[in-house]
Design a protein around this ligand. Structure first.
Ligand code: FAD
Length: 409
C-alpha cells in the first residue's frame, strides 16, 4: 500500500480557483480575516499531521481493533498519541464557535481538513467527527450554561462527544425508543436505557465523553413527538469545570460494525445517569438532526477521503505492475512487459476515478462554502438549499465509489 498523500493541489484548486473562496470569506461576517495565506497554512499543517501521524496507524489499528475490559475500552496502539497531537494543534475546534473557544474557520476549509482526516484513517477520524457534531448541536440548542461548561473542553478535545440514538429494537424508527429520562427536583434528569452501535461511545483517548442521548420523559407522547435530547457526560463536571464524579453509564460491550475495527462501536447502558435537557422538551429529534446532518455530510466526505487513497494506490499499482505490451508499441523494452498504466482501459478507469474524486471534492466544498464556522448558514440561498445539498453530499460520493468499477456499455 502506498503512503497517503493529501491532494493539496486539488484542494487549493477547488477552494481558490473554482469557488473563489477568499473573496467570499471577505464578504461573510466573522470570516473577513481569513485570507488565502492563512488557509494555505491551515491545509499544509493539517496535511502534515494526517500524513505523518494519523495515516500510518490506519492498517494496524484496524487489524488490532479496540479492546473491552470491565466497561473500559482501550484504543489501538498509537491512537492516544495521535489524538493528543491532533488536539494540541487545535484541530478539533477548527470550525467551532469562537465565542466558546472554537476557531471559527470557514466550513469549506474545514471540509478539506475533514477529507484528510477521514482519508488518513477513518476509524480514528470518527472520534473528532462525533465530537464536532455534538458541539454543533449543543451550540445550536443548549442552554448558555451547557455551552460554557462543555464547548471549550470539547473544542480542545479534552472531552469527546458521542451520538446515542439507536436502541436494540429501534433503528430507523426512533419513535419506538424506550430510553426514559425522569425529571429531578434540581432540573436535571435521570436517564435509564440501552443504546447500541454508539460510535466511540467509550474510549481512553479523552478524559470525558459527552453523550447526546435521545430519550423520553415519563409523560411523553408516543412516537417521535415525545422524544427529547439530553446531554449525559461520563464524568459530571464539578463547579470549577474540572472532572467530578463518575456518572451511572457504562459500555456493556463492543460490537462489530461494518469492519471498522479500529473505532469502538459500543453498547451503552444508562442506569440512572444524570443528564441535562438540550433544547426544548419533545423537540429532541429536531435538535439531534443538527448533529445527524453534520455526521451525514462527513460520512460522504469519508467516502471521498477513502476513495482518494484508493485512487493513489491504484495509480501506484498501475505504474509498478507489468502486464502485456502497449497497443502503441513497446514502452518498456528492458522488461518483459509494459506497466498497466499504458493500457487505454486502465487509464480510462483511473481518470474516471480521479474525475469522480475531484467532482466529489468540489461538490462537498461548494455545498459548505456559504457556511461560516458557526452553525448559522449566512445566506438565504444556502439555507433553502440545505434539504437537498445535505443528503446529496452524504450520498453522492458514496454512490460514485460504489459504481466506479462498472464499465460503460
Ligand atoms: C457505521 C455505523 C455507525 C453508526 N454509529 C451510530 C452512532 O454513533 N450512534 C447511533 O445512535 N447509531 C449509530 N449507528 C446505527 C444507525 O443509526 C442505525 O444503523 C440506523 O439508524 C439504522 O437502524 P438499523 O440498523 O436498526 O436498521 P433498521 O432500522 O432495522 O433498517 C433495516 C433496513 O430497512 C430499511 N428501512 C427501515 N425503515 C424503512 C422505511 N420506513 N422505508 C424504507 N426502508 C426502511 C433501512 O433503510 C435499512 O436498509 C451506526 C451505524 C453504522 C452502520
Amino acid at each position: 500500500m502506498t503512503d497517503y498523500r493529501v491532494p493539496l493541489q486539488d484542494m487549493r484548486f477547488v477552494l481558490f480557483d473554482v469557488l473563489q473562496s477568499s473573496q467570499l470569506w471577505q464578504s461573510l461576517e466573522g470570516l473577513g480575516e481569513v485570507d488565502e495565506d492563512t488557509a494555505h497554512a491551515v491545509l499544509e499543517e493539517a496535511a502534515k499531521i494526517c500524513e505523518q501521524v494519523i495515516a500510518p496507524l490506519n492498517r494496524e489499528a484496524d487489524e488490532e481493533g479496540c479492546h473491552w475490559s470491565a466497561g473500559e475500552v482501550t484504543t489501538p496502539d498509537g491512537f492516544r498519541n495521535a489524538y493528543q497531537v491532533f488536539n494540541e494543534g487545535g484541530w478539533g475546534g477548527l470550525g467551532g464557535n469562537p465565542e466558546h473557544g472554537g476557531m471559527g474557520m470557514p466550513k469549506s476549509l474545514v471540509s478539506a481538513v475533514e477529507e484528510m482526516l477521514q482519508g488518513a484513517c477513518m476509524s480514528f477520524g470518527l472520534a473528532p467527527m462525533l465530537t464536532a457534531g455534538a458541539c454543533l448541536a449543543v451550540d445550536a440548542h443548549g442552554s448558555d450554561e451547557l455551552k460554557q461548561t462543555y464547548l471549550p473542553k470539547m473544542y480542545s478535545g479534552e472531552w469527546a462527544g458521542a451520538m446515542d440514538l439507536t436502541e436494540p429494537h429501534a433503528g430507523t424508527d426512533l419513535g419506538m425508543i424506550r430510553t426514559r429520562a425522569e425529571p429531578q427536583a434540581d432540573g436535571s434528569y435521570r436517564v435509564h436505557g440501552t443504546k447500541i452501535f454508539i460510535t466511540w461511545g467509550e474510549h481512553d483517548m479523552a478524559e470525558n465523553i459527552v453523550h447526546l442521548v435521545l430519550a423520553k420523559r415519563p409523560d411523553a407522547s408516543a412516537g417521535t413527538k415525545g422524544i427529547s435530547l439530553f446531554l449525559v457526560p461520563k464524568f459530571i463536571p464539578a463547579a470549577d469545570g474540572s472532572l467530578g464524579s463518575r456518572n451511572a453509564l457504562a459500555c456493556g460491550a463492543l460490537e462489530k460494525k461494518m469492519g471498522i475495527k479500529g473505532s469502538a462501536t459500543c453498547v451503552m447502558n444508562f442506569d440512572g445517569a444524570q443528564g441535562w435537557l438540550v433544547g426544548e422538551v419533545n423537540q429532541g429529534l429536531a435538535a439531534m438532526f443538527t448533529m445527524m446532518n453534520y455526521e451525514r455530510v462527513v460520512v460522504g466526505i469519508q467516502a471521498l477521503g477513502t476513495a482518494q487513497w484508493a485512487y493513489q494506490n491504484a495509480v501506484a499499482y498501475a505504474h509498478e505492475r507489468i502486464q502485456s505490451r502497449s497497443p502503441t508499441g513497446v514502452q518498456n523494452p528492458a522488461a518483459e512487459a509494459d506497466p498497466l498504466l499504458v493500457h487505454p482501459d486502465v487509464r480510462r478507469m483511473l481518470l474516471t476515478a480521479k474525475a469522480y474524486n475531484e467532482g466529489g471534492r468540489a461538490f462537498t466544498s461548494m455545498s459548505r462554502s456559504g457556511s461560516t464556522g458557526r452553525n448559522t448558514p449566512p445566506t438565504p440561498s444556502c439555507a433553502s438549499g440545505r434539504k437537498i445539498v445535505s443528503p446529496c453530499s452524504h450520498l453522492w460520493p458514496k454512490r460514485l465509489s460504489a459504481i466506479r468499477p462498472l464499465r460503460p456499455r
